[in-house]
Design a protein around this ligand. Sequence first.
Ligand code: M6R
Length: 608
Amino acid sequence: MCGIVTAIATNNVVPVLLEGLRKLEYRGYDSAGLAVLSGSLSRLRAAGRVAELAALADARQLSANIGIAHTRWATHGVPSERNAHPHISGGLAVVHNGIIENFEAIKSSLEARGYVFESETDTEAIAHLVHSKLETHPDLFEAVRLATNELVGAYAIGVLAEADPFRAIVARRGSPLLLGIGEQGMYAASDTAALLQVTRKVVYLEDGDLAELRLDGYRVVRPDGEAVEREVHLSSLSADAVELGQFRHYMQKEIFEQPQALGNTLEMIAGGGAISPQHFGARAAEIFDGVRRVLVLACGTSYHAGLVARYWLESVAKIPTTVEIASEYRYRESVPEADTLVVVISQSGETADTLAALKHAKTLGMARTLAICNVPESAIVRESALRFITRAGPEIGVASTKAFTTQLAALALLTLALAKLNGRLPEAEEQRHLTALRHLPVAVQKVLELEPEIEKWAQRFASKEHALFLGRGRHWPIAMEGALKLKEISYIHAEAYAAGELKHGPLALVDKDMPVIAVSPADELLEKLKSNLQEVRARGGELYVFADAGSEIPESEGVHILHMPEHYGMLSPVLHVIPLQLLSYHAALVKGTDVDKPRNLAKSVTVE
Ligand code: M6R
């Protein structure tokens, strides 16, 4: 969701800015732009892809040592060249990620002073506001500081000024931004992937930080102007991790990376490692002590991971668990209980609603917080008392796949750690679970081998307008995840139901044109599920069943069966989501949609 790249260097920064934007494309965007200083300010904008912007830059043979660049995901105003960033005020250019909530008020007061707005964006108000500050405070850094102190909402910004050509100013509150210290200059970007081309040395800015980037270094100050030091980190990401390699799409690559991602995430129990609270941080034993309930807060796919965990936490650890959509929890009146462990799940660690829900839970007095996240220095991780970093590696495709299964692995470990602390995990049980977890990457690999058969199913699906997903128990959230994946990337309308709910309404939808996908593990609910499937067949619905070996559901006309490996017990949801990911991927391929960047969606949802 919007991406920023800023650079000042001894060489031409235009290729760096463009490559940075390409690496941020996965976040989701609908237009792109850049501004550079080379004597005077030049701005280029395109109401489309970064490739179009790059073509414009080529045609103009643009070259400069300082510049800012942006991919925009429309919030205020339609996607268009006029609304694309950078926005300009006099000789000053601004790029912005986030939403300025008081922009109408700022705009009115600036219009009263004679500023003319050319776009519908909130960002243009920032440009004019900084410009207006320069009248009384000619130092650009100070002008940006004063302007950002008046902003309400979320922002990460980059600023350039013709009159001040030897530095770029950046600032952040709520939206991510990090600095890169390179051999040939200083850089800033919305995430590390954009900067790996020039450096792995990064500095994560804190909320409220303002930084000046110069050729010979940088400085960071707080909103009151006080200087601060921020730690320099060496990113462990390699440039290869964000390359497509032999795959056609990032989503496909990420689906096939799941065995490796799970192996990395579960590394601590490889070999002889036992279940321990230590997996969640040094203070975990102390924080987990006395936990009587769990509250999971998350959005989208991460929310589905939480729903699976509820079944695990209640059945194995015997801990009452509630799972809430973060955007609902943050605004509803709830009854806080201090002995609750608040678990926030987020791939990006930037999701605005999840972050706000976490802060809300803390203000209600719930201090025992744990983040399960794929990005170590993200806002959600920093806001939580405990952390478990999934080691999925960068997830570029908008559709979350390997992040989901590694979240499930983390939640399985959490379930077992809490069960053990509460005396509910006998030694033999612990060993059984450990063996299953260690074997999980191999089990997932086997399921991936079903791809050719799933591809054939996808051919039949692609012509459908609707689909129904059914599951029961801990596989109901897997049905929900399958439906989300399908609608997200193939734009086929899909709904998921707990199979027992079928006859309470959705059965009315079933006819020969409505494919019904059933997640059918050979678990304790299989016989119940089989009856639900009969109800579908009796109404002429075509069934696509993902059945474990031993499920004994016969194939017949209108009943297609795909046999999975043997039932995998508690961890079965991890295996059963894989064919659903593959099904939506291949259905999207047949439909020819933009698999990695589905319309209207962003990878990191940093605004409400
Ligand atoms: O980064 P997060 O895990 O917090 O993101 C939450 C959702 O936006 C995300 O899972 C979304 O639903 C995915 N695009 C689904 O594939």
